[in-house]
Design a protein around this ligand. Sequence first.
Ligand SMILES: *Cc1c(COP(=O)(O)O)cnc(C)c1O
Length: 381
Amino acid sequence: MSSWYLECSSCGARAEQHAPVGLCPACTQPYLAIYDGATPRRDDLLPRWDMWRYAPALPLLRGEAPVTLGEGCTPLTELPAVAAEVGVRRLWVKDEAVNPTASFKARGLAAAVTRAKHRGVAGLVVPTAGNAGAALAAYGAAAGVPVRVYAPETTPRPILDTIRAMGVELVTIDGHIGDAGRMSVAFAAESGYFNVATLREPYRAEGNKTLGLELAEQLGWRLPDVVVYPTGGGEGVIGMWKVFKEMIQWGWLPPETRLPRIVVTQSTGCAPLVRAFDAGADRATPWENPVTHASGLRVPGPLGDRLVLRAIRETDGIAAAADEDTIRAWTARLASRTGIDAAPEGGCAVAVTAQLVAAGRIARDAEVVVYNTGSGASYRA
Ligand SMILES: *Cc1c(COP(=O)(O)O)cnc(C)c1O
């Protein structure tokens, strides 16, 4: 379907697309996929109702069937009552809760497992705050590839239950995702399993591009002024930023299209990207003692820090945090006002949007799209 190579996001070194690739060996930064064949065409979208509709823009080979559970094609719902409460002209929520295993992680792992299966890996391992482990477990089961997941023992119970239900190896640890990350690297080295940790391989970000592709198509092939994304490791944001630029470059959007301002939201209990953004730094320093009930945001030292900070600055974006009580209040409000069973991460995104509008940092006449990245049901004990 498409032709691409891999390029280090830092030094520009190239790798072959079919190599089992981790980080760039020279600078230990992530690779990204660069499409080098015929320009992908919007007219070639497939008549199917999952994220592989966008196959021309994704790393899929001619004749290759993706590993899929019907991920993507999630609703984009305009919510005038929430817009009024937040104080902006128009506001939509893109509800990722309806994906397989109930979060947007399905998109990235569908793409990563598709590529890994093609390479015939011995198995797949991931460190997770929860949802990535559930998604990998499901796509591993779908692909018939063995999976091991490292997750904090504090991961919400329903997510651990989902991982177990898929029959994969689950190791719960006394620590956070950074600790799980070190164990995954060690296990991959000893077992030969391939590590699909956030941005350690390039294809989860490619799958996450469909967050932006769908948004553009659902709005009639245009983009909003602002997108708000609850951010942990950063691959959701990086995928969207990448595809916004690709869509303009490929002529899928009018050439005068402005990139949406990318707003990264975190909890004040773990806000390394907000701290780095406020300091004008191009790297984040690890957050000490990370604590938040929005477990997807409990990523103290994201590997994609440089790319996320670049995405924010290049789009005149913002990084900002809300405290735990404010996150709880907006999560509950979103459910009771709209019927969307938001994850705390989605509540965090709406909470920070309200704060930024009140502070005059998001204009009242803006069109804002907020991502609800997961399901409230996954977090109820
Ligand atoms: C993983 C996750 C996030 C953070 O996404 P990143 O791509 O790691 O920044 C946000 N919300 C939920 C529900 C998640 O599972």
